[in-house]
Write a protein that binds this ligand. Sequence first.
Ligand code: DC
Length: 223
Amino acid sequence: MTTNIAIDGPAGAGKSTIAKRIAQKLSFIYVDTGAMYRAMAVYLLRQKISAQDAAKIEEACQSADITITYEDGEQQVLLNGENVTGLLRSEEVGSMASASAPNQKVREKLTALQKKLAREADVVMDGRDIGSKVLPDAKVKIYLTASVRTRALRRCSQLEKEGVQVSLEEIEADIQKRDELDKNRENSPLIQAEDAVLVDSSEMTIDEVVETILTIYRQRECT
Ligand code: DC
C-alpha cells in the first residue's frame, strides 16, 4: 500500500510550490495533474480541435498518448513520446486546458494515469479533484486556497520578474473567470472534499504552509 497526499485548490493558491516542497521533505514523488490537462491541450491545439467539439476531443483521447517520467526529480510530460514540458505554461495552453478539462473522456483518460502513479509510489498529487475523485483514500487531503487579490498579486509579481508588464485588474478578472469555470463545471468540479483540511495561505509564508501540512501528515501517521 502506498501513502498519498492530495492537494486541491484554485489556480494560483501555491499548490505546486507547496506540493513540491512537501514531496521533497517526505521523499515522495510530486505529481502535477494540471500538466497532464495542459499536455492534452497542446495536442488539441496542434490538431486544431475546438474545445467545444466533444466528438473530436473523444477521438483525440484515443490518439494522444500522455505519459510521465522524472528527470532529476522533475516531472516531465511526454505527448506521443515527445517531451512537451516546456510548452505547458503559456496562456493559450492554460485556456485550452481549462476549456477541455471538463470533457468526461479527457478526465477518464487522465485520472486513470493519476491513479496508476499513486498505486505505484508514495505521491503528493495536486489538482482540482484529487481528494474528491482521484484519490478518495489519500492519507491527507488539503484544500489550499488564498484570496483572489493575494493570488493576483502573486501572479503579477511572478510575471514582472519574467519581464511581462500586466495589470492587476486583468489578472484578477482572469483568476475569477478560471475559478468560475473550475467550480461550476458538471464533471469533477473544484470542491473541498468533505474530509479535506482547509488551508488559507493568504496571510502565510510558504514555509508556514509547508509546516502546517507536514504537521497534519504527522498527526495522521500516528493514528
Ligand atoms: O493547475 P493548472 O492551472 O496547471 O491546471 C490547468 C487546467 O486543468 C485548469 O483549468 C484546471 C484543469 N485541471 C483539472 O480540471 N483537474 C485537475 N486535477 C488539474 C487541473
